[in-house]
Ligand binder design. Structure first.
Ligand code: S3P
Length: 183
């Protein structure tokens, strides 16, 4: 239950494509039983379009607007004790970064570029990496985004070295501490 005037107690997962936001989001949902919102899936459900189709037909700026609209709704609805998995580019907008921190405890799931390349090469549903040289594109995007993830997150955790159980344990312990300090 949400206390009057207390900040929302959601768990928000940010990080680059292939860093494990969907996987860990689902694990947290199963472990805690809290509702889970995967922003990409929610946007696809609401528009009836796949992410590659939105990028191809409406362009990236339109997709970013859909992300901002959804985040604003989550904040205004007073969503509480939700697990929120975001898309990798959500931090590129200043307004989004502010909303993410207002929504709750923000965890940056991090992975090295070679792990990202390996994980993202398994499917072709990420329009930004459909280029002749995805490794280079990953480097370029990481250079821009890493400072943004860092400034938005309360916790940074590397997903390439730890098991899902270890990641869950670390996230939950840190989140409890955070919420105890920000009741
Ligand atoms: C994007 C990441 C994707 C999806 C879209 C754009 C990005 O989500 O939102 O393809 O800009 O990094 P995932 O991080 O879940 O792959």
């Amino acid at each position: 239950m949400k206390l009057e005037n207390s900040p929302p107690r959601n768990l928000v997962l940010i990080g680059f494509m292939g860093s494990g936001k969907t996987h860990i989001g689902r694990e947290l949902h199963q472990h805690l039983g809290f509702p889970w919102i995967d922003m990409d899936q929610e946007i696809e459900k609401r528009t009836g379009l796949s992410i590659p189709t939105i990028f191809a037909e409406q362009g990236e700026p339109a997709f970013r607007e859909l992300e901002t609209k959804l985040l604003n709704e989550l904040l205004q609805d007073g969503s509480e004790q939700h697990i929120i998995s975001t898309g990798g580019g959500v931090v590129t907008h200043e307004a989004n970064r502010q909303i993410l921190r207002k929504l709750g405890f923000v965890v940056w799931l991090k992975a090295p570029p070679e792990v990202i390349l390996e994980r993202t090469s398994r499917n072709r549903n990420r329009p930004l990496l459909n280029t002749p040289d995805p490794a280079r594109k990953i480097q370029e995007l990481l250079a821009v985004r890493e400072p943004l993830y860092a400034s938005t997150a309360h916790l940074r955790i590397d997903t390439s070295e730890l098991s899902a159980a270890e990641l869950l344990g670390g996230i939950l312990e840190s989140a409890r501490y955070h919420f105890a300090c920000h009741p």
